[in-house]
Design a protein around this ligand. Structure first.
Ligand code: NAD
Ligand code: DEZ
Length: 384
């Protein structure tokens, strides 16, 4: 069996080595010739999988080691009887930690002592937005949720949700919707000139969903106005050819790495492996946990005199501080458009190992119940 796989999927040999021969490819430029003789195709978000790529090939199963599926023409795969699996939720904790770090940095930037006084609006309350909202609620933030598809399909939970306009009143608005172009709740350019005009200078807008959910031109125009909101973007229109003018105007700019914790990536591989085993009728023998190395930072300890919020944020930023990724991206902005696009992909391909908060043991001497709850909310392991 031939498995053609994106070279950026980690642990290909460990998970798939005994299922078939693996051919590693650059997912960004995959051509029909490279997949024609494959039985299985494993991709990440940068490969468009559709009729143009697969027609006439031997491919019977496609897996994407990602949460997002907007790069896959699932309807066409179905018409061809080609099996398909994604990795829902694999990197949800990683994205939630990215957002929490943003909140910590934003509170500091604004001189806000207690970060939980910021109100947070979550748009798209699925695996990522749901996980984030749970963490925020346990950390005592006031949280508003916007998810019209869920509001409609879960009438018993309907009062949990508010309209987009109400969420846009929060101190922080964070986007976690998929990219959809059709239907009553299509998200393509969901935030355009009109919605962006509702945001003011004391607000932070974060996009960690898909770039096209915000109209980039409208955002750039809004950011040139004196009363513009603060903006943090992880995802961009036209990746990897992102707009350097937008990077310049954005507060924190990262190259689509919010979900790039090692745990998130390895769980993505594991979920696709499990789905392929099911498809082929093979036993599932491997788990992501067996391949995760000891983290470089495995323990932190705090004394009893520590301030609760400060301790949680120190530990959080020790695991992930987006300013490093922002600095790396800005350094690539000087080149030609082609050099910038290559640099964007290179930053993602060579991404340093980043571990989730769950990999860090926190020792708290003589701590209160509420400080323990704060750490637990984000998934740290506690040693009391
Ligand atoms: N930046 C990153 O690294 C990164 C990582 C993971 C996922 N993502 C993106 O985040 C998206 C969300 O991930 P998820 O795992 O939570 O997906 P999910 O499918 O579990 O949840 C998405 C939620 O968005 C809701 N939604 C759809 N249209 C909406 C609209 N118009 N307004 C408000 N809500 C709407 C859906 O009802 C659903 O509840 C993915 O589709 C992917 O594109 C980005
Ligand atoms: O959809 C996802 O899971 C994320 O956006 C993911 O982090 C994308 O990573 P990529 O496949 O582009 O490496």
């Amino acid at each position: 069996m031939l498995i053609v796989a994106d070279e950026n999927i980690p642990l290909l040999d460990s998970f798939f080595g005994d299922i078939g021969d693996i051919r590693r490819v650059n997912g960004r430029n995959l051509s029909p010739d490279q997949v024609r003789d494959a039985d299985v195709l494993l991709v990440r978000s940068v490969t468009r999988v559709d009729q143009a790529l697969l027609e006439g090939s031997r491919v019977r199963f496609v897996g994407t080691a990602t949460i997002g599926t907007d790069h896959i023409d699932q309807a066409w795969l179905e018409t061809q009887g080609i099996g398909f699996a994604a990795a829902p939720g694999c990197n949800a904790a990683s994205v939630a930690e990215y957002v929490l770090s943003m909140l910590s940095l934003y509170a500091e930037r604004r001189g806000i002592e207690d970060w939980s006084t910021l109100s947070v609006g979550v748009v798209g309350v699925g695996n990522v937005g749901g996980e984030l909202a749970r963490m925020l609620q346990r950390l005592n933030f006031s949280v508003k949720l916007c998810d019209p598809p869920r509001q409609e399909s879960e009438p018993e939970q309907a009062e949990e949700f508010v309209p987009l306009a109400e969420v846009l009143e929060c101190d922080v608005v964070t986007l976690h919707t998929p990219l959809t172009r059709e239907g009553a709740h299509a998200t393509n350019r969901m935030l355009s000139e009109r919605e962006l005009a509702l945001l003011g200078p004391d607000q932070l807008l974060i996009n960690a969903g898909r770039g096209e959910v915000i109209d980039g031109e409208a955002l750039l125009a809004r950011l040139t106005q004196p009363d513009a909101p603060t903006v943090a973007l992880d995802v961009w229109e036209h990746e990897p050819r992102i707009n350097p003018d937008l990077v310049e105007k954005v507060w924190l700019a990262t190259p689509h790495i919010a979900g790039y914790s090692l745990e998130g990536k390895v769980q993505g591989t594991e979920m696709v492996y499990r789905a392929l085993c099911r498809y082929l009728g093979l036993p599932v023998r491997k788990k992501s946990g067996q391949f995760l190395p000891e983290p470089a930072l495995s323990k932190v300890s705090f004394t009893s005199s520590v301030d609760e919020d400060e301790a949680v944020q120190v530990a959080l930023r020790a695991c992930y501080d987006p300013r490093r990724d922002d600095a790396r991206l800005r350094l690539t902005m000087a080149g030609t458009p082609e050099e910038r696009a290559q640099a964007f992909d290179k930053l993602r391909r060579d991404y340093p190992v980043r571990r989730e908060c769950s990999s860090l043991k926190v020792q708290l001497k003589g701590s209160s119940r509420s400080i323990q709850d704060g750490f637990r909310a984000i998934g740290f392991k506690l040693k009391i």
